[in-house]
Design a protein around this ligand. Structure first.
Ligand SMILES: C=C(O[C@@H]1C=C(C(=O)O)C=C[C@H]1O)C(=O)O
Length: 369
């Protein structure tokens, strides 16, 4: 049998040829993508002229993403398709109208990450120094939309956001669920040298067990509260013996190294954010409605109040009570239901709720994401 001996140089040449053929194919596809993308952008601009105002349509963007995920042939995961097309829509939207998004800053917070996750990178972001300030900026029209945290899977409700929602004329236009990963960040990686840790109180409690187990030489007093995770990272960047518990982005902004990754006690730790704006969002086909209401304080009141939801077969995905602040031991209830306020059944259930409650405010209907 004849023997074929292929030299290393021949193998290299074969590989180079194969690479070139594949790269030529990618180039051809990129040319097509460029043409298609430009055509898409042109159409978006035309749509912008017809719509005249309010470029951002959350219900339409949700439908675009849902449709593409259902069509996705792989190998890209749906999560990647969502990221890719969120950026494409962000670019197309920017041709219609530039957008400013206010978020709870400073730069590097999870709120910023949530804002970019929903709006893509082609927006101007405006870091605010409090949740109040995010509301104020949107109410004053300085920003078109705002992004505020509303609840965390480990820590529960963000009270300030709920209190502000009660009084604002703004609408809830969307929700963003962001998996929260906390890291121990410092200028150096020797844990024994760390004398103090900065973080936001919420983040400290999300990593309580990890900190106790892995930094036993540090008493709890060495945990110093910061205004935000990003602020904690800023403080740790000024001190070799300090560390911060914060997200990756905050560490990058302030030049910190990751000493330990994913130190949150619950690996499914997730924060839910709300998008607030002046827009009444149309139905997408898979929506949620948020409302807040109160009842007179008497036995069985809350049960009676919620009965219309059960009678109309409306699912409630969240019920949160907050002191009303109007009088002692009076509460307001924040309720999320499945469906859009314009759906016939939801409208009927809401009407009955309104009749039974002392106060009811619909915060908004928006795509369930
Ligand atoms: C093109 C539109 O405007 C915006 C951009 C979208 C897109 O790029 O697909 C979708 C919805 C809007 O936020 C539209 O309203 O259809």
């Amino acid at each position: 049998m004849p023997e074929f001996i292929i030299s290393r140089r021949q193998i290299n040449r074969l590989m180079i040829n194969q690479l070139k053929q594949l790269r030529d194919k990618i180039d051809a596809i990129d040319s097509e993508l460029l043409k298609l993308m430009s055509a898409r952008a042109g159409l978006a601009r035309e749509i912008g002229q017809i719509k005249n105002g309010m470029a951002y349509r959350p219900e339409r963007e949700a439908q675009v993403l849902t449709r593409l995920c259902a069509l996705n042939p792989g190998p890209l995961a749906n999560e990647h398709i969502v990221r890719l097309f969120t950026e494409i829509m962000s670019l197309c939207r920017s041709l219609e109208e530039p957008m400013t998004i206010a978020y709870l800053g400073p730069q590097g917070t999870f709120s910023e990450e949530a804002a970019l996750k929903r709006f893509g990178g082609v927006v101007t972001t405006l870091a605010c120094n409090s949740i109040d300030d995010v509301f104020r900026k949107v109410e004053a029209g300085v920003a078109g939309y705002g992004v505020v945290p509303v609840e965390n899977s480990t820590e529960g409700a963000v009270g300030r956001s709920l209190d502000l929602l009660l009084h604002t004329p703004l609408k809830v236009c969307g929700e963003i669920k962001l998996p929260i990963h906390q890291h121990l960040l410092a200028l150096q990686t020797d844990l024994a040298r760390i004398k103090k840790i900065y973080s936001h109180p919420q983040s400290f409690s999300q990593c309580h067990e990890w900190l106790n187990a892995n930094l036993p030489h540090l008493p709890e007093v060495a945990r110093i509260n910061a205004a935000s995770n990003a602020d904690a990272a800023r403080l740790a960047a000024g001190d070799e013996t300090a560390a911060a518990v914060a997200g990756k982005k905050a560490g990058e902004v302030f030049g910190l190294t990751i000493c330990a990754e994913n130190i949150e006690d619950d690996p499914n730790n997730t924060t839910r954010f709300l998008v607030i704006g002046t827009q009444e969002v149309a139905a997408s086909g898979k929506d949620k409605t948020s409302l807040v209401m109160s009842v007179k304080n008497r036995p069985g009141a809350i049960h009676e109040l919620l009965a219309p939801l059960a009678e109309h077969g409306v699912s409630m995905s969240r019920l949160e009570s907050r002191p009303s602040r109007a009088s002692l031991w009076e509460y307001v209830f924040f309720v999320d239901i499945e469906g859009h306020q314009q759906d016939a059944t939801i409208a009927k259930a809401l009407q009955e709720l309104r009749e039974r409650s002392a106060f009811l405010k619909i915060l908004g209907s928006y795509p369930a994401m």
